[in-house]
Structures are given as C-alpha cells and as structure tokens.
Write a protein that binds this ligand. Sequence first.
Ligand SMILES: N[C@@H](CCC(=O)N[C@@H](CS)C(=O)NCC(=O)O)C(=O)O
Length: 213
Amino acid sequence: MPVAREDVTTPVIIGRSSSHFTRIARMFAAELRVDYSFRVLRDLLSSNPEDYGGNPALRIPVMQTSRGVWFGALNVCRELRRMSSLTPRVVWPEDLEAPVLANAQELVLQAMSTEVTLIMSKLGGTGESAHQSKMRTGLVSMMSWLEENTTPVLAALPPDRDLSFLEVTLFCLVKHLEFREVLPTASYEELNAFCQRFETRASSQETTFRFDT
Ligand SMILES: N[C@@H](CCC(=O)N[C@@H](CS)C(=O)NCC(=O)O)C(=O)O
C-alpha cells in the first residue's frame, strides 16, 4: 500500500536522537543550515514501513522532501547538500582515493552497522551467539585499526575541506560507542582527541545523543 506523503515544504527527518546514523544526517543539516522538522521513530522494533517514511529496510534515518523520500544517511546528506544555499567544500566517500581514507570510510560504516546489530540483538532479548561474539571481536579490531590510523587519515584529507562525510561518521561512531557503552573507548587516545576537536562544532552540540522520551 502506498505511504501517504506529508506536506513537506520543510523537510522531515525521521529518526531518533539516540541513533548514530540519524545524527550524521542532523549534523549535515546543521552544517549546511537546512531547516527541518524531526519526527521521532518511537518503536525501533516496529515492522510497519510507514513508521519509517516508507523505507522498506525498516531503518532510520529517512528524509521526506518536496522531491520525494530519501532512505539512509548518505542519501539524506547528499540531498541536504543540494538543498543548501551554502557552497561548502564537502568531501564525499567517492572522493577518498587513497587506500587509508577509503578503508577508513569502509570500516567506520561497517563498525556502525555492527554496533546496530549488537544493540538490536540485545533489544530482541537473545543472549550473545557465536556470531555476535565474532561481530564484537570484529568491532574491537576495526576500532583498533581506526585508532592506529586516525592521524594518517586526518592528514590525508583535503586541507581545504569544510566538511567530510568520513569525519562526521567517525565522530558519530566513537561518541555512540561511548553513549551506548558498547565498548570502552577511554583508551582510544587519537580518536578521543579528534572527537574533542570535532565536538566544538555547533552541529555537534545541537545533536548530542540522548534517549527520546
Ligand atoms: N544503511 C543505513 C543504516 C541505518 C541503520 O542501520 N539505522 C539504525 C539506527 S542507528 C536502524 O534503523 N536500526 C533499526 C534496526 O536495525 O532494526 C544508513 O546508512 O542510514
């Protein structure tokens, strides 16, 4: 059944304030100064696509605009960039041509997805399976790789950038691991130093993780 479209003269972002993928979209909206209204997905276990703006994947974030609906953080960020009246230099995943940068982006997104699976399986009430424990091992080793490569990654990004999808996703990942206590993050000195610098941005302060009430 088609999903009813709302009046979307102002874009609507559907998500949760505790979701790292949602925070990526909201940080881009803040950086690009695009106004939006925020619709909280109340039940993360809902199987009704309408709750997710019609996203058949049953995932957030989703953005509804006058042009249509956008599924997933990267699509939302790209559309926000097109909607913005600003013209910042944004570095996108396809611009990451050095292996260290391309691999960092891959591992950040994979770590975020692994984290979602670990959190959702806990929510589903199952104990930790052999596969979940493999995922946790993978997550720890992805974080170690990212910690070891933070300095070369940041050095290899174009110095004239205003914003990069890689840094926003990395920031949201590390802050979310800490927020949801999925892994202890105190030992990640380089990653924490990066986060301390990055969280001085207004876009970070306006989107701090919290549980929606
Ligand atoms: N590919 C999507 C993934 C989004 C995603 O996994 N979002 C999580 C919340 S942070 C979610 O919707 N989880 C619900 C579920 O796993 O059932 C994106 O890049 O936005």
